[in-house]
Design a protein around this ligand. Structure first.
Ligand code: IPM
Ligand code: MG
Length: 356
């Protein structure tokens, strides 16, 4: 059956990197992959086209699709809009509306890029971590939230960090399932020494662990986890954590691999439907210059094939092609090191298609 993919380029470098990812999908389609692609607007592009960051039409198409491929959202021209009209709201809105609670963020170091990392080669070589970030709860969505003026005239801002037991349980199961397919080591990251919400998190994770006796479970406070990620990152296999902790730790982990421009992600619902996007942002400073790295988006296509379309062999073909262009010495500016060949966005995309 033909699968439907909704393509949402978004803002900044989003359209440029998406053009390259679509080239890859077109190539696979020519090889027999049965897909249909639709396009929609999100983020600032949604605001420009329909007056809101998540237009109704986009959400309708997203609900109909089997998978969504997203570029990036955000730009300085939208920073002064009221909060509900800002691009980020479109992204948070679609994650929430589609119930995409399980966000997989792999930090995998390609051996060819070992010198692109700011960390010493011996610290990062062989690195392969999967961060499982809870994506639809906690302080990002918790109520009440706002900015208010107290009786004494002082203004205060407030948010609510909240998780229900079922929310913790389903993300824990998702992480244990992934650990079972990898090295069977899971580290749950929380702040249980200070926060009640983390105390419950830990209790539920420990309970779920009883169903996964083969997985070695450990717990770490988030501050220590941040330190361990830059001190000795290879100790980790799978990490599972809260929405905000995962946002922060995954950016840190990305730099271990040389560049945030390399890292894809998958955001999955309870039935394997997913949204796939690079973990980097819209990079307005380099938008339109043809110098962005399309690899994170192209590797997101590989995740889409693996997790939603169950086309593992095609996913591996993309990953092998990405590795091959690195072997050829091709590098976008973010991963460039002396002795390699600097290429632009389109050249990199074309080289990956050729390597397919
Ligand atoms: C991410 C981003 C988003 C987040 C922003 C753009 C809302 O940083 O996907 O990591 O905080 O989740
Ligand atoms: Mg982030």
């Amino acid at each position: 059956m033909t699968k439907k993919i909704l393509v949402l380029p978004g803002d900044g470098i989003g359209p440029e990197i998406m053009t390259e990812a679509v080239k890859v999908l077109d190539r696979l389609r020519a090889d027999g992959l049965s897909i249909e692609m639709e396009r929609g607007h999100i983020g600032g592009a949604g605001y420009d086209a329909a007056g809101k960051p998540l237009p109704d039409e986009t959400l309708r198409l997203a609900r109909e699709a089997d998978a969504v491929l997203l570029g990036a959202v955000g730009g300085p021209q939208y920073d002064t809009l009221p909060r509900e009209s800002r691009p980020e709201r479109g992204l948070l809105g679609i994650r929430s509306a589609l119930g995409l609670f399980s966000n997989l963020r792999p930090a995998l170091l390609y051996p060819q890029l070992v010198h692109a990392s700011t960390l010493k080669p011996e610290v990062v070589s062989g690195l392969d971590i999967m961060i499982v970030r809870e994506l639809t709860g906690s302080i990002y969505f918790g109520q009440p939230r706002g900015i208010r003026t107290r009786e004494d005239g002082v203004r205060e801002g407030f948010n609510t960090m909240i998780y229900s037991e079922p929310e913790i349980e389903r993300i824990a199961r998702s992480a244990f399932d992934i650990a079972m397919k990898r090295d069977r080591k899971l580290c749950s990251v929380d702040k249980a020494n200070v926060l009640e919400v983390s105390e419950l998190w830990r209790e539920v994770v420990v309970r779920v662990a009883k169903d996964y006796p083969q997985v070695e479970l450990s717990h770490m406070y988030v501050d220590n986890a941040a330190m361990q990620l830059v001190r000795a990152p290879k100790q980790f296999d799978v990490m599972v954590t809260d929405n905000m902790f995962g946002d922060i730790l995954s950016d840190a982990a990305s730099m271990l691999t040389g560049s945030i421009g390399m890292l894809p992600s998958a955001s999955l619902d309870a039935n394997g439907k997913g949204m796939y996007e690079p973990i980097h942002g819209s990079a307005p400073d380099i938008a339109g210059k043809g110098m962005a790295n399309p690899m994170a988006t192209i590797l997101s296509v590989a995740m889409l094939l693996r997790y939603t379309l169950n086309e593992a062999a095609m996913a591996e073909r993309i990953e092998a092609a990405a590795s091959k262009v690195l072997d050829q010495g091709l590098r976008t500016a973010d991963i460039y090191t002396e002795g390699t060949t600097k290429v632009g966005t389109a050249q990199m995309g074309d080289a990956i298609v050729a390597a397919l």
